[in-house]
Ligand binder design. Structure first.
Ligand SMILES: [Zn+2]
Length: 541
């Protein structure tokens, strides 16, 4: 016994003395510059000290978390070079589409450099021109697998006329443009806006928030106040704010809209004139609320497969209907709680949502779980036949969120709600176990709150495509559903079941609806219609 104790004490002492050496034995530093932004090229370097290996593999991700599609970011890398303290020109070779093997010959300090062409306007791609730079880190910075969890520094050298840098990364103390990178996952999750953006600031519960607007637009401080209300309402659902600082990067464009969630930031693209009058802000509010709720659901409350990520391939989960669909359900609830929409409007929104689900053909052919799993090859790679076979796990998940909330409230005698389940997932899995959950664990948490078995629900509505028994669930809230007969053909007028495009007076079929007359009688895509048809609507004719 004594001997063992002595051994342990010795081991502890060895650890104590070795730890500081070990902790600082390797250092990683990145630099980013953009001397000629009009060429759309970022210049990147990465230096690793202390590895002393024969070779090091530098890898660029093939996808960005939150957008489930392999995007092959490495295609934009050019002029890759490597050097060390021993050699100005280290030998290297590509070993696959996104990995560079550098023969470092046990050098202590190895630096790679390359340029990245960045000219895609999107929340998930980097962009650079003479008006601003947006850095989406997975398509700019590489990593070394074994060193992914190590801290690093990032020094940004902005173009002379770019005066402001906005990012969720913390600044290194005492330096102007140097940032602390706790690990590669956090770097990937910290987009950077560089330019002359307009920055607003506000606090929620003493936590600072910034909104950085790039581009012209008719926003003002009242639009910022609305964001503050959304953050406050979301935080109330969980009882705490899980970050020290939060950043909204907003790209104002002609008409586009979309967003991407990150750990302590979000990136939004929004129509520049959609802020005035305030009644036009519906899309803005719901986009902000969706991405703010994501900072809990998916960034912290998450399916087991969604972190730590494998950046080199697809990461499959059957739970995107929870990650995305529940986020859509809650964004509506947050806007309701914040007073942006009335209870009556909320009810009518949900009614049209149910109508949409029932009338979407894909819901009869693809389940929520299957759509989640296959999103890499289906939802994110749609074609002309997608509406006939694919569903949206955003839409179905939003509906399932409402049904589960109603069921939990009813079965627990209004003692529990879906909010309790989300809070429990947050405290039990994110905070305590510090990991994601499996589908079985998620189902167990629902059952724990409701006190009933959800196996049948999962078979019918999560893994199955059965039409939802709306009447049953709505009755829990004292609501009824009125089902209307679809108009008959004679009431509807002529119906072919095709979408068409018109060019030089000719009509070309661009889509054929499943089970429609066109489908049943063999009209195909790209067929030119040789009949003269007067089009009353751009939808199906
Ligand atoms: Zn989302």
């Amino acid at each position: 016994m004594k001997k063992i104790m002595t051994k342990n004490i010795l081991a502890l002492q060895v650890c104590f003395f070795l730890f500081p050496l070990f902790a600082f034995s390797q250092t990683i530093s990145y630099t980013l510059s953009m001397p000629e932004p009009w060429t759309h090229y970022y210049h990147v370097t990465q230096t690793i000290k202390g590895e002393r290996k024969k070779s090091i593999d530098f890898i660029m991700p093939v996808w960005i978390p939150g957008s489930y599609k392999v995007r092959e970011f490495s295609k934009n890398v050019e002029e890759f070079k490597a050097h060390s303290e021993k050699s100005d020109n280290l030998k290297w070779e590509k070993i696959d589409k996104n990995s560079w093997r550098v023969y470092t010959n046990k050098a202590n300090e190895v630096t790679i450099s390359y340029k990245v062409y960045a000219f895609v306007k999107s929340v998930r791609n980097s962009f650079l021109d003479d008006s601003h730079g947006f850095v989406s880190p997975p398509d700019v910075f590489m990593y070394v697998e074994k060193l992914k969890n190590r801290p690093a520094t990032l020094v940004i050298d902005p173009y002379d006329e770019f005066l402001i840098i906005s990012t969720g990364l913390e600044k290194s103390p005492g330096s102007k443009n140097s940032y602390i990178v706790p690990d590669y996952d956090i770097l990937v999750d910290s987009p950077i806006e560089i330019g002359n953006q307009t920055v607003f600031e506000f606090e929620v519960e003493g936590v600072p928030h910034e909104i950085a607007f790039y581009g012209k637009g008719n926003y003002d401080s009242s639009a910022v106040d609305e964001v503050k209300r959304i953050v406050e309402e979301t935080a109330k659902l969980f009882g705490e704010i899980p970050y020290k600082r939060y950043l909204f990067i907003v790209h104002l464009t002609k008409s586009a809209s979309g967003g991407l969630e990150h750990l302590n930031s979000q990136v939004l693209r929004m129509g520049r004139w959609n802020f005035q009058p305030a009644s036009r802000r519906g899309r803005w509010r719901s986009l902000v609320a969706h991405e703010v709720y994501h900072l809990y659901n998916v960034k912290r409350i998450r399916a087991r497969e969604l972190g730590p990520f494998d950046y080199t391939r697809e990461n499959y989960t059957t739970l995107l209907w929870v990650m995305e669909g529940f986020t859509s359900y809650y964004s509506g609830r947050i806007l309701l709680n914040a007073g942006f929409i009335s209870p009556k409007k909320y009810q009518s929104n949900m009614a049209s949502h149910m109508r949409k689900i029932s009338n979407t053909i894909g819901n009869r052919y693809q389940s929520a779980a299957e759509a989640s799993f296959d999103t890499w090859i289906r939802y994110y790679r749609r074609n002309e036949n997608s509406p006939n076979r694919d569903m949206s796990y955003y839409d179905k998940g939003k509906l399932l969120g409402m049904l589960l909330d109603l069921e939990i409230r009813n079965s627990s005698g209004n003692k529990k709600t879906l909010d309790d389940v989300m809070r429990r997932l947050y405290s039990e899995y994110y905070k305590k176990k510090q990991r994601g959950f499996s589908e079985a664990e998620f189902k167990k948490e629902l059952e724990r709150a409701a006190g009933i078995d959800f196996s049948d629900f999962f078979v019918r509505y999560v893994h199955g495509t059965e039409e939802v028994d709306y009447g049953k669930y709505l009755s829990y809230a004292g609501l009824e559903i009125e089902t209307l007969e679809a108009p008959s053909l004679s009431e509807k007028g002529a119906f072919l079941g095709t979408k068409v495009s018109e060019s030089s007076g000719k009509l070309k079929i661009t889509r054929v609806q499943r089970d429609s007359p066109a489908w049943n009688y063999g009209l195909n895509m790209n067929v030119m219609l040789l009949i003269r048809v007067k089009i009353f609507s751009k939808s199906f004719v």
